[in-house]
Design a binder for this molecule. Sequence first.
Ligand code: NAD
Length: 256
Amino acid sequence: MELSDRVALVTGAAGGLGAATARHLATLGMRIALFDRNADGATALAGELGVAAVAVGGDVTDDDDVATAVEAAQSLGPLWVVANIAGGGVKSQRTVGRDGTPHDRHAFEHTMAINALGTFNVSRFAAAAMAANEPDDDGQRGVIINTSSLAGLEGQAGQLAYAAAKAAVAGMTLPMARDLAAIGVRVCAIAPGTIGTPLFLRAPKELQDRLAADVVFPKRMGRPEEFAYLVESIARNSYLNGEVIRLDGALRFPPK
Ligand SMILES: NC(=O)c1ccc[n+]([C@@H]2O[C@H](COP(=O)([O-])OP(=O)(O)OC[C@H]3O[C@@H](n4cnc5c(N)ncnc54)[C@H](O)[C@@H]3O)[C@@H](O)[C@H]2O)c1
């Protein structure tokens, strides 16, 4: 798929992986719509990209905000690429805590909402917009790239809500690809291991070393730009569809 001069909508664009992705797609000559509930962060980055860019502050779980973000993207041209990166986890919590307290219900619902509902919500509005695109030679009208996590494939003790939410993101990828085949839109997901975003790099050195210890090779955290390269590869490669791709240096999460 040709990327230069096409439009990408990046959610979570003010965060570590979202910003790296927006920056990388801009170097490929894409026009970028940056969507994040951190409006100031998205606006600041839009001003740095050196390509046509627009920032939208809002929540991926809110229909009006998502519709506004998709419209803003379309103000730059037909929307071809969506990178659903907004999301995140909550404080570690077990199904029943060591003191016998049941897992907080709100924490579970919130984590499901920002990761699973948000990804679904942006995808449905974006795909409806892509359906109007002029197809390329393959009959393609766009690509959606979701962000799962190794936690969604092999969640650890204490990660129940985040693991369930990221498993939902992985699980919706194939049926979404099957649904959207009718309009020529591909869907894949990336399941990152531990990527050294600025947040991780501010953590104490012992924690960073612990996070890198189980990685098979290269023996370090991933780099945000390595995530962005995979977004580019999925977008470019028209034969990648319906797949959840691990990006983890062969890391397999231990039980805890
Ligand atoms: N960094 C990692 O190692 C890693 C590993 C696996 C998966 N992930 C996933 O990758 C994605 C990005 O992670 P990151 O490390 O860059 O985190 P981050 O916290 O730096 O960025 C997440 C961004 O999403 C935005 N966001 C969160 N909820 C939102 C909502 N409801 N509406 C709009 N924006 C919202 C935040 O404002 C933030 O800018 C997340 O989905 C995360 O779960 C990260």
